[in-house]
Write a protein that binds this ligand. Sequence first.
Ligand code: GCB
Length: 652
Amino acid sequence: MLRGPAGAWAVLGPLLWGCGLALLQGGMLYPRESRSRERKELDGLWSFRADFSDNRRQGFEQQWYRAPLRESGPTLDMPVPSSFNDVGQDGQLRSFVGWVWYEREITLPQRWTEDLGMRVVLRIGSAHYYAIVWVNGVHVAEHEGGHLPFEADISKLVQSGPLSSCRITIAINNTLSPHTLPPGTILYKTDPSMYPKGYFVQNIKFDFFNYAGLHRTVLLYTTPTTYIDDITVTTDMDQDIGLVNYQIVVQGSDHFQLDVGLLDEEGKVVAKGAGAQGQLQVPNAHLWWPYLMHEHPAYLYSLEVKLTAQTAVGPVSDFYTLPVGIRTVAITERQFLINGKPFYFQGVNKHEDADIRGKGFDWPLLVKDFNLLRWLGANAFRTSHYPYAEEVLQLCDRYGIVVIDESPGVGIKSAESFSNVSLQHHLEVMEEMIRRDKNHPAVVMWSLANEPASFLKPAGYYFKTLIAHTKALDPSRPVTFVTNTNYEADLGAPYVDVICVNSYYSWYHDYGHMEVIQLQLATQFENWHKIYQKPMIQSEYGADTIAGFHEDPPLMFSEEYQKGLLEQYHAVLDQKRKEYVVGELIWNFADFMTNESPFRMIGNRKGIFTRQRQPKSAAFLLRERYWRLANETRYHQSAVKSQCVGNSLFTV
Ligand code: GCB
């Protein structure tokens, strides 16, 4: 959401939020280079300062954006992308709540500042949580929400006169309120015998560290002033003819022509069209199949869009290429169908989380994670508990890893967080999320929230409205939210397409008693299914495990206990997947950082991999299971074979 001027925030201070509904304008196409578009990444070292003043408002009072940051006080070097929390040696910065300031001076190519037919756009991939942006001291954008991109057209600013450099200042506030997503509260501790004056803490109801900063790439890109603003693609099948429906939005001129071509992986044009919307037909289409479901999974076509426009400065062309996977998604009472075939989610829940960089995007980490997923035989993950970087979804498209795309609706626990103010913000977040992720074939379902207090009275209206809105924005995908509410008390469940349930039997209760898991899990499934004849996913289960701790017979926190617990779950899942259970997602792919608490030993240890991505015993167990499940379908044989070289266990 883009907002008005920054003044109000300076007055309200760091710890208050308001969430008015702004109408979402414009597209959010991933910035790709093309014959008409350039991009300049601004990753690297930025100048940085946290505003430690009592009211956290000194930066606004002294207008730090007006002049280079170094002129208003000392600065630190801060890497982008990265969370600011873990790169330093200062414990106060690690847990800082309030405004931090980032600044980068850049030199623009001369053409960008002189060519009035060029549009220069500043794009921020993710700034957690609230961000205000200035260019050369001029306010250009504000955005609420830490996991989705926002942009500002800065052409006028950079083309207004001779310019030697361009200064970008971004103030970011990680304060959460009952109406933010995720929600949080600021608690002032006022007992003078225990706390110094003004002492406060930020309370959250979710179990991951509230990392903050510029978490994803900041970049500049260009388009012509008449440009392709948005493309929406949906796909279908008619016998063996693939149908690609497209809709294109152009900005900058009403007099234009659009030509589209669909290219196969060999670069051959397989269909052509013209105009702002239409349907392309692809005879004998290669479908986009999930990993291990077909010998050639994740087939991607390229939709090449060419815009030609007449403008005051003459004819202009813009080019944009979008990867397209042709696939269908549907559900029955007992199945989740991809391309008409039953699909079983055998996968993980993840986090964007790693040592030092926190939630900062990192290519080596990403590639490692995808290699591990494929080694594991996982075909799916949930973006618990917020939308991940666009590059993550691009890799899912390329590798056939199916995604349940989750909004940052985690920790919605109080009645206040179900209020209309919160709901309006959540509606907007879904708009932003769908606008960004709608064209990814890998995304097969939207998840609106994780473990909300969906037994509270306002939850019924909240989820009914939110789900209807999401379906109106995207009628092509099922919608869910992930629950841990009792099946009889859940007021949101009637509106979801797939029931996703988290449970921690023999972990958060019946400690150490793995013998009760099978009974409790079977009862859980049966109870839900009795009321709602809908497909179900075990969306979380797991046990904290310290890598290298061994106890036999198994004790909690040992590798043996994690394995044993998983095996108990699997025994029931193996029965129920023959009925209506359509997936299992382990909690969690890797250990991750949390707030400090006596319940967490340097973070959450439920990973089957450590935070450094080394396997615990459970990873081998799950690997054996997932490859065995894959072996049960007949579509994947050659993929399984190629993965099995040198591994007799999985030879088919
Ligand atoms: C859950 C939450 C997840 C936690 C997990 C745990 O139910 O959805 O965010 O990390 O339990 O380990 O407690």
